[in-house]
Design a binder for this molecule. Structure first.
Ligand code: MN3
Length: 197
């Protein structure tokens, strides 16, 4: 069972002008695909070959000798999840069950946005900003490089990729502008609500 590159849930130009088709050409076709190809090379002929992606991540997270496998597997999962966290004409104030939960934890949407932006902006170097469930507790977190909530017994609800390859073609060094733009214009709250239930 080879790991496969899932289709993007929208066309390459669906997220423009906030994330350009040019960025998706590189980010999905080159970066995401490379993680899939690298992972398949690393697991072919090993006992991980028949495992699911989630199982591979959890096994490799506990074994330092499998760091390369973990990095590629987690990046495959994180990217597949990230694409689904966005949609054309998304973003803005949340709807559904997540809205009440966000208000219960942060008081209001504006404070939540501030914390989420801060997590992404202060992740030193490459990584990810997340909204996760830890038990019943809603949390904003950040992870470095390929690290993923799956490796920490957390349920991912939402992520924003803050590796430079996610925004450099569109925003150059202005990571905070990219974060603000994704939050305001692209977050797929239906997907977040589906993850919550
Ligand atoms: Mn990326």
């Amino acid at each position: 069972m080879a790991i496969t590159l899932p289709d993007l849930p929208y066309g390459k130009d669906a997220l423009a002008p906030f994330i350009s088709a040019n960025t998706l050409d590189f980010h999905y076709d080159k970066h995401h695909k490379a993680y899939v190809d690298n992972l398949n090379k690393l697991i072919t002929g090993t006992d991980l070959e028949k495992k699911s992606l989630e199982e591979i991540i959890k096994i490799a997270a506990k074994d330092q000798s499998k760091a390369g496998i973990f990095n590629n597997a987690a990046q495959v999962w994180n990217h597949s999840f990230y694409w689904q966290c966005m949609k054309k004409a998304g973003g803005g104030v949340p709807i559904g069950a997540i809205a009440a939960k966000i208000n219960a934890v942060w008081g209001n949407y504006e404070k939540f946005v501030e914390e989420l932006k801060n997590a992404g902006a202060t992740q030193f170097g490459s990584g990810w900003a997340w909204l996760v469930l830890e038990g019943d507790q809603l949390k904003i977190t950040k992870t470095a490089n390929a690290d993923t909530p799956l490796a920490h017994s957390q349920k991912a609800l939402l992520t924003i990729d803050v590796w430079e390859h996610a925004y450099y073609l569109d925003y150059q060094n202005r990571r905070p502008d990219y974060l603000a733009s994704v939050i305001q214009n692209l977050i797929n709250w239906d997907f977040v609500n589906a993850n919550l239930s």
